[in-house]
Design a protein around this ligand. Sequence first.
Ligand SMILES: [Zn+2]
Length: 408
Amino acid sequence: MRRINPKDFTMAKRGTSREINRQIVLTLIRTHQPLSRADLARLMDTNRANITFLINDLLDEGLVREGAMGNEVKRGRRPTYLYLNSDEACAVAVDIRATRTYLMMTDMLGNQLENVVSFPTVYEPERFSKILSEHIRKLLDRYKGISACRGIGVVVPGMTDIKTGIVLRAPALGWLNVDLLGFLRKEFENVPIHIENSGKACALSQIWETRSELHTHHDLVFVSISDGVGVGVVINGELMRGKHNTAGEFGHLPLSIDGLPCLCGANGCWEAYISNLATISRYFGKNLSQRQPLPLETANFTIEDLVKQARSGDGKALSALHLTARYLGLGLASIINAIDPSQIYLGGEITEAWDLIEPQVRDAIRERTLTKDLGETPIRIVPAIEHPRLRGAVALVTAPAFAAPKVA
Ligand SMILES: [Zn+2]
C-alpha cells in the first residue's frame, strides 16, 4: 500500500507518481476550496507551471471546475478559483445492521442529498441484496438516475476479505462467507461498489474528515455501539487491518469467561453486555436474543425509548443504562490498555444518553486502566445525527479519489 503523509502536502518529487500529485491537489481543493492556482502552488511548495499542468488535466476530466468567489478583487485580473466538481455526481451509502438497513445519498463531498431511508434487514443474502438494490434504485431515481452514481459504499457488522469483498463472518446476521458484493455487482454492473466492516469504515472516515484539522490524532479508536459493537483502530495514521483484515474485533473480547451468550457462539463477549439489545434485556429483566422473535412488549421498544424513560424518571431504565455504562467503560479500559490511543470516538444511539452515563463510563475506565494518564484518555461523542456509520460508507466511495489510505 502506498502511504501518503496527510500532514505533508509538499509536491511529490521526481520519481514519484503523478497520480500522487493529482490526489494531493484534489485533497487540498476539497479541504480548502475555493482555492486559486497561486494558493495551490504555495501549499504544495511548487511553481505555477506544475500546478497549471495538473489542473488542466483535472479540468479536462471534469473532476475540478472553475468559479468565482464572493469577494473578487476590484482591480486587475480576476482570480479564478478552483472547486471540486461535485454537483453532478453522487454516492450511495449503505449501513447494514442486524435489525434494519439504512441508506443515504450524498454528493462527492459527502453532503447529504436526501433523507436517510431504512428497511428491516432480511438475513437471506440473495433476497436481501434484491431488496437493497430496489431501495438503491429508488434513491437514485429521485436524483439523476444511476448514471450519476460514482459508487456504492456498504458497511457490514462483520469481517470482510479485503481482496474479494466477501463477508467472512457476520455473527449478528448469521452470515458466513457471503458474497454480497457479487450479488450487488450483478445489479449495478458499471458502478464501483466497496464493502467494509462498519467499525473500520467509521475509523477511516474519521481520519479523512479530520485530515485538514490542525491536531490530527494519529492513534485513534472508533467504537460504534448499536445492534452489535464495531471497533476500528488507527495506529500511526493507518487503519489496523491485520493479516486477514479482521483485526480490531474488540466486541468479541470476553469481559467474563462464563458470561452471557454471544451471537458468535462464545460466552461473555463485550458485545453481549453493551449492545442495544443487551441494555433493553436488562431493562425488561429478560434474556432477549436477536435470533428469536422478541416478546410483544419489547418488540417495538428501542434504545431511544429506554433513554426517554430514564430521562422521565424511570429508575429501572436509568439503572439499566448505568450498568451498560459500567460494562462499556470496562471494555474501553481494555482497549486503552492495549492501544494507548490519543482519542476515542464513540458512536451509537446510547451516546444520546452520554450526560446520564459518562460518570459510570469514566469511573470504570479509571478503575481498570494501568496508569493515571491512560485513565484520562479523551473520549469524543459522535452524535447519531451525524450518521457516523453512513459517513464511513460514503468515505469508501469518495475518499479513494483523494490522498487517502487505499481501501482496496
Ligand atoms: Zn462474541
